[in-house]
Write a protein that binds this ligand. Structure first.
Ligand code: SAM
Ligand code: DTB
Ligand code: SF4
Length: 327
């Protein structure tokens, strides 16, 4: 017999409960996640979020997965200082024309700077907002005053990932703590911004670590409005370069579990999509993902590509009625 599906919004999930959900037979897990998804969302509404790196490389943090860390000198990456606002807005316009609903801007900073550069980011946010798109930024740590200024400029959401569970975190990043991340998230919520917060799988963490991250995320009341789930893109020159790609079905399990513990959130199938087949991506959508990064590039690495994505959306659409064939 199938277990009854729990549709309640809970903020008190225990790690063991999340592990048990995650590890159940795959078809039970996907069926539950899909039932929760249908209860809370229109399953045909898949958000397209465009992503642009507005300041690239040279970051003082030592995140092991990240090609933009200045600690990883072997990575082949050109540093680019903060882009001109006009160029950012031209990219936003192109993304809107291609069908993106949200425009996300990422900067390789440990924390958002004060002064001219922050003012420039505020201008970018104002411009994206004026285009009628949702605006999201990820600038590293911010305080509540900066968060409030971003709200006034028309920002929809702030992205700041926990990346992994609290116990594994120290294996991946040593230059800032889990608590630093939580403090920024508090500033984000305190200012009334939507919270975009998720993490990465495939860095060598256990299922309990993945569940630990979901438990922390699901303890926010309300839950983060969006939850990006990234599969590690193992970039040459980073300490995680040698890591094998995760099994796509591990991503399906992670997405399904995320959907069940945070029923109302937008779950974003994020980095790593370019190595998934069309069918694996569709399985992720069946398991509760309802947003993707759309565009040729993520921040510094290749994304799935607009042509492949247009084909993906075409495959998802209703089929035109066809005349019966003569043969
Ligand atoms: N510097 C800011 C910060 O860390 O908050 C913003 C940019 S940072 C690149 C945003 C997120 O991208 C990280 O928190 C991480 O989850 C994700 N990310 C970075 N490199 C990645 C990789 N190689 N594979 C998968 N996700 C990655
Ligand atoms: C998120 O969770 N994933 C995006 C976005 N938020 C900023 C970034 C993915 C980066 C992948 C590696 C790269 O392209 O540099
Ligand atoms: Fe810097 Fe963000 Fe990359 Fe960490 S993830 S090295 S903070 S750009």
């Amino acid at each position: 017999m199938n277990a009854p599906v729990d549709f309640s919004l809970r903020f008190d999930w225990r790690v063991e409960e999340i592990v048990a959900l995650h590890d159940q037979p795959l078809l039970d897990l996907v069926a539950q996640a899909n039932a929760v998804h249908r209860r809370f969302h229109d399953v045909n509404d898949v958000q397209k979020a465009a992503l642009l790196s507005i300041k690239t490389g040279g970051c003082p943090e030592d995140c092991s997965y990240c090609p933009q860390s200045a600690h990883h000198r072997e990575v082949k990456l050109d540093r680019v200082e903060l882009m001109e606002t006009a160029d950012v807005l031209a990219a936003a316009r192109t993304a809107r024309e291609a069908g993106a609903d949200r425009f996300c801007m990422g900067a390789a900073w440990r924390s958002a700077p004060e002064g001219k550069r922050f003012d420039a980011v505020l201008d970018m946010v104002r411009g994206v907002h004026a285009l009628g798109m949702e605006a999201c930024v990820t600038l590293g740590m911010i305080n509540e005053l900066q968060a409030k200024r971003l709200v006034d400029a028309g920002l929809t959401a702030y992205n700041h990932n926990l990346d992994t569970g609290p116990e594994f975190y120290g294996e991946i990043i040593t230059t800032r703590t889990y608590q630093d991340r939580l403090d920024t998230l508090k500033a984000v919520r305190g200012a009334g911004l939507e919270m975009c917060c998720g993490g990465i799988i495939g860095m060598g963490e256990s299922v309990a670590d993945r569940a630990g991250m979901l438990q922390t995320l699901a303890s926010f009341d309300p839950h983060p409005e969006s939850v990006p789930i990234n599969a590690l893109v193992a970039v040459e020159g980073t300490p995680l370069a040698g890591r094998a790609r995760i099994d796509p079905l591990d991503l399906v399990r992670m997405i399904a579990t995320t959907r069940i513990v945070m029923p109302k959130s937008r779950v974003r199938l994020s980095a790593g999509r370019s190595s998934l087949s069309r069918e694996a991506q569709i399985l992720c959508l069946v398991a509760g993902a309802n947003s993707i990064f759309y565009g040729e590039k993520l921040l510094t690495t290749d994304n799935a590509g607009v042509n492949a994505d247009d084909a993906l959306f075409a495959a998802l659409a209703a089929r035109e009625a066809r005349a019966p064939s003569a043969s």
